[in-house]
Ligand binder design. Structure first.
Ligand SMILES: Cc1ncc(C[n+]2csc(CCOP(=O)(O)OP(=O)(O)O)c2C)c(N)n1
Length: 1017
């Protein structure tokens, strides 16, 4: 097979040429470095100056340019991708004594040849381990069509397998056929010798080929850690490592039977239903089970999994062990939905199951996260949930909870969120201490050939950014797969780092069962049609070697078929589907037994004055001794202290008080996002930095009380999709935590749109899963340009599920039924309350907060303690309470608005002396729409015209959302006029003057009491 040819032309060049010229190189080096004796009488590597190479090595370590470039190349080759290799001097020393003991020390030419040959052999070994050879020629594709790295080109003059070595005259690094039976000492960087220190070249090549060029292809030499590389080499190179007991083989066969017969059963019963079958990668089921067994053996108690469509039902049935009838009944088109909401298709639902792991007899909890069609979107969500479960258990090293992510090859290579998620893997506040990634690499994405789907050799190359080892394995070799999976589990347990298992397989059917793959992949599918299923191949092998009998095999099949048939019969009794039974993250004790809220009310959200004062004082202090903060920050803290004394808060202090109050109540608070520790606008300062001691920090919020919940505030990587997904997952784990994600500026949330659309907006409707995540989105038109201005409230409002035409019966049930809450608070106190309400509610809803920028420092945007003390509560609407409210019948206009524009309006009204004629009412909770409170306001001003004023452009902001709802309140009898900026394509202008002119214009209109006279609606 030509693709088995080994060395690339580069190897030949830098190997053969280098070593042929080594003599010259050495002389040049000797001249340069003055390290050696002058005469030729002293042999190159006599016992006395073997130190010479060592010295040269150290010199090279200090400065690679200090040695000749040929040695530089050699050392680099030897050290490629690794930090300092402490074994190298030892090796050289051993080589020297080897020469001595063979009486060669005094015969320079023989000695040199021997050293060169040893170096050549060492390079050869390394070549297999590094990418030059090994995994590029491993037989990974079960179909034998494509090279898994998409590169089948090997120049014809290269040497192939050991059988062909004789055909060439000059080989690698100057070795010859005549060297094949020479015995070579093995370097400590290989384990192919087992207990032997030396082997013949022939045996060396054979063993290397066995390890690196069969059904497993290893990519790990880029890992920047000698110990980790050695560990992997040992796991795979040691002779005989891949031995299985008969019992293990029988278990593997039985698992393959389940995997394959499950798909067969579905295909038989529902031949025209989509199920995204696993055929062609049936080995995935035993693979996952091996990972779970092995991890359970090493102490893991909880495995959280995320996966796409392919084989999902099979995983639910045979890994999570969801009752089969619950799966089968979903194929019944007449099945009724018991729960409210849209529900979801069967291959998206999640699952949570506690059971005994049969292999270890230990308790294990398995959770498969529900996910949308959007491939890979669930990755960060799984990580966030895993992090939270580790956090709540105090499992800081990830020894009890772990995650497994499954991927398709096309999606793994193509979706950017994979990369974003990898970049979270080693960040202190985001790491889950290693994820095992399993790629179902069926070498096709829907209809797209991998050669059109990626530019990287492997679909898994993205994992290299975090130095994760990648184990490619031919999925038609079940034992190789099991071995790789067990090593992957051990790797994760040993190093707490990510690892990738790339199951190179095929897809026996179309993308789904209805698709005709021959339209687009005719040759591949001709081969697939000929392909013997893995179960048959493996069964034949075990029958042939006597591990099982044909009868035992057939009985195993019959047994599982019977299980399926019986479950099928039972499934017909299921007339109703309870999505609640498919919850991936139950919250025990939070709801009543029927899964309903324990009450339908919310207590007042204010807190005692003492508490406010205490939190204010800590927020103004540096609670650690000998800690020098920046003088600018001292000023900010002094201002906070002053505010606390004066019983007022600004935005930052209000937030501090909300967070702090939860910590006292044992509620964990987590705030994550870009630069959140200081705050984009330098207003928050939740982490103090010692100005004199590097990396010394202090989080005063964690010094509030002796007994308190921890506060986590963490600057995230520069990612929205990944980080928001992560926080959403974190918030899934427990209802008793306030989890907030803040966008740098609100508009950046659109790079996380998929998390917002697919999970936050619709998660409860699809999966009956509550989530109380808080999105803090800085928003406001302040002349800062098209970006950095709008958090696009219109998008959130458009996705709000409250009906514009239906007046709700009760405000609390309206809150319970909504998909999320959208607020734009105009006062710090109201922001404080809405955060507090988030936890005091008896249910959880995502909260979208449009947060201020300039208001953070606006002198008017302050609140008194009086608005926050016990008994006070969140105000969905803040009615006019000035002169206009005292004589409502004289009021000519009511302006409804939300957020920052209120302050512009109040100022303008004062300037125009219209405080009696114009009332200004603030909508603080925009969605769900406070019909009840606004009705009261409207009825209070019967003679006034009604205006909605916003600073956003007409086609954005809130107008399209509020207009029909206002009209529902007034029963379409009164118009609600629009005042604001004209429609525009860009969210804001980049020209400061245009910004100010448009502001002036709409303020003029807002207070022009004749503006709408004679207009019809
Ligand atoms: C983000 C996203 N884009 C497009 C799709 C449509 N789609 C569904 S499956 C699929 C192919 C996936 O290929 P691969 O990841 O290799 O998995 P396979 O189906 O081969 O198992 C595509 C493009 C999707 N589900 N999600």
């Amino acid at each position: 097979m030509s693709h088995l040819k080994l060395f690339a032309a580069t190897v030949k060049w830098h190997g053969i040429k280098l070593l042929q010229k080594q003599d010259i190189a050495r002389r040049v080096f000797l001249h340069d470095r003055r390290y050696v004796s002058s005469g030729t009488s002293e042999p190159f590597l006599s016992g006395s100056n073997s130190n010479y190479v060592e010295e040269m090595y150290y010199a090279w370590l200090e400065n690679p340019k200090s040695v000749h470039k040929s040695w530089d190349l050699f050392f680099r080759n030897t050290n490629a991708g690794q930090a300092y290799d402490p074994h190298l001097p030892d090796q050289l020393e051993r080589k020297a004594s080897f020469l001595q003991s063979h009486g060669l020390a005094q015969t320079p030419s023989k000695a040199e040849k021997l050293v060169e040959d040893h170096l050549a052999v060492q390079s050869l070994i390394r070549a297999y381990q590094v990418s030059i050879r090994g995994h590029h020629v491993a037989q990974l594709d079960p179909l034998g069509i494509l090279d898994a790295d998409l590169d089948s080109f090997v120049p014809s003059d290269l040497i192939t397998t050991i059988d062909k070595l004789g055909e060439c005259t000059v080989w690698f690094y100057g070795l010859h056929e005549s060297d094949l039976d020479k015995v070579f000492q093995l370097p400590t960087t290989t384990f192919i010798g087992g207990n032997e220190n030396s082997l013949s070249l022939r045996e060396i090549i054979k063993r290397l080929e066995n390890t690196y060029c069969q059904h497993i292809g290893l990519e790990f030499m880029f890992i920047n850690d000698v110990e980790q590389c050695q560990w992997i080499r040992q796991k795979f190179e040691t002779p005989g490592v891949m031995k299985f007991t008969n019992e293990e083989k029988r278990t593997l066969l039985a698992r393959l039977v389940r995997s394959m017969r499950f798909e067969d059963f579905l295909a038989r019963k529902w031949s025209s239903e989509k199920r995204f079958g696993l055929e062609g990668c049936e080995v995935m089921i035993p693979a996952l089970k091996t990972i779970i067994d092995k991890s359970s053996e090493m102490g893991i108690e909880y495995v959280i999994m995320g996966m796409p469509h392919r084989g999902r039902l099979n995983v639910l049935a045979n890994v999570i062990r969801k009752e089969l009838e619950q799966i089968f009944c979903q194929f019944d088109p007449k099945l009724e939905a018991a729960d409210e909401g849209s529900g979801d298709v069967k291959y998206h639902l999640g699952m949570y199951h506690e059971r005994i792991n049969r292999a270890t007899n230990k308790k294990i909890t398995l959770s498969l996260m529900a996910n949308p069609s959007h491939l890979e979107a669930v990755d960060p969500v799984v990580q966030g949930k895993t992090k939270a479960e580790q956090f709540y258990r105090g499992d800081t090293a990830g020894k009890k909870v772990m995650s497994i992510l499954l991927h398709g090859d096309a999606a793994f290579a193509g979706q950017g969120v994979v990369y974003e998620t990898f970049h979270l893997s080693d960040l202190p506040s985001y790491t889950t201490n290693g994820t095992i990634h399993v790629v179902v690499n069926n070498q096709i994405g829907f209809t797209t050939d991998p050669r059109m789907a990626r530019s990287s050799p492997y679909p898994t190359d993205v994992a290299r950014v975090v130095n994760a080892p990648i184990f490619h394995v031919n999925a038609d070799d079940p034992e190789a797969v099991m071995y790789v999976c067990s090593v992957a589990a051990e790797w994760r347990n040993t190093f707490n780092k990510d690892v990738v298992v790339d199951l190179v397989c095929y897809r026996r059917r179309g993308h789904n069962e209805m698709d005709e793959p021959m339209f687009t992949q005719p040759l591949m599918y001709k081969q697939i049609h000929k392909q013997v299923p893995v179960l048959k191949k493996y069964a034949d092998k075990l029958i042939a070697d006597g591990t099982v009998t044909l009868q035992e095999f057939e009985e195993e099949i019959a047994k599982y078929d019977r299980i399926c048939e019986e479950a099928y019969t039972r499934s017909k009794d299921n007339k109703i589907l309870h999505i609640k039974h498919w919850l991936d993250s139950p919250w025990p004790g939070f709801f009543n037994v029927d899964g309903e809220p324990k009450s339908m009310s919310c207590p007042p959200t204010g807190i005692s004055e003492d508490l406010l004062t205490h939190i204010g004082n800590v927020a103004s202090s540096v609670p650690v001794k000998d800690f020098k903060i920046h003088s600018g920050l001292s000023r900010i803290l002094r201002a906070r202290l002053e505010m606390t004394k004066n019983r007022v808060v600004d935005w930052a202090l209000a937030e501090y008080m909300a967070f702090g109050s939860f910590l006292k109540e044992g509620i964990h608070v987590r705030l994550s996002g870009q630069d959140v520790e200081r705050g984009t606008f330098s207003h928050r300062h939740h982490v103090l930095h010692d100005q004199e001691v590097d990396k010394r920090t202090c989080v005063p919020m964690n010094h509030l009380w002796e007994q308190q919940a921890p506060y986590t505030v963490c600057n995230s990587s520069l990612s929205e999709y990944g980080v928001l997904g992560f926080e959403l997952g974190f918030a899934m784990a427990s209802p008793n935590a306030l989890v907030c994600w803040e966008a740098q500026f609100g508009d950046f949330h659109n790079t996380a749109q998929c998390i917002i659309d697919q999970f936050i907006s619709s998660g409860q409707a699809k999966w009956v899963r509550h989530n109380g995540i808080v999105l803090l989105l800085p928003h406001g038109m302040e002349g800062m340009g098209p970006e950095h201005s709008s958090a696009r409230p219109e998008r959130f409002l458009q996705m709000s599920n409250d009906d514009s035409d239906a007046y709700p019966e009760a405000f609390f049930s309206q809150l319970y039924e909504c998909n999320w809450i959208v607020v734009n608070c105009s006062t710090p106190a109201n922001y404080f309350h809405v955060l507090r309400r988030q936890i005091l509610l008896p249910f959880r809803k995502p909260l979208i907060v449009l947060t201020p920028k300039s208001l953070l420092r606006h002198p008017e945007a302050k609140s008194s303690f009086d608005e926050m003390v016990s008994g006070t509560t969140f105000q969905r609407v803040i009615p006019e309470n000035g002169l206009a409210a005292h004589a409502p019948h004289e009021v000519k206009r009511v302006i409804f608005c939300t957020g920052k524009v209120y302050y512009d309006l109040v100022k303008e009204r004062k300037n125009q002396d219209l405080e009696k004629q114009v009332a200004i009412t603030r909508l603080e909770q925009i969605s769900p729409f406070p019909f009840d409170l606004l009705k009261e306001e409207l009825e209070k001003y019967p003679g006034a015209d009604l205006v909605w004023c916003q600073e956003e452009h007409k086609n954005s902001g809130y107008y399209d959302y509020v207009k029909p709802r206002f009209r529902t309140i007034v029963n379409h009898t009164r118009p609600i006029w629009y005042v604001g900026r004209e429609p525009a394509a860009a969210a804001a202008t980049g020209n400061k003057n245009t910004h100010l002119v448009s502001l002036r214009r709409f303020l003029d209109t807002a207070f022009n009491l004749e503006a709408f006279e004679g207009k019809t609606f």
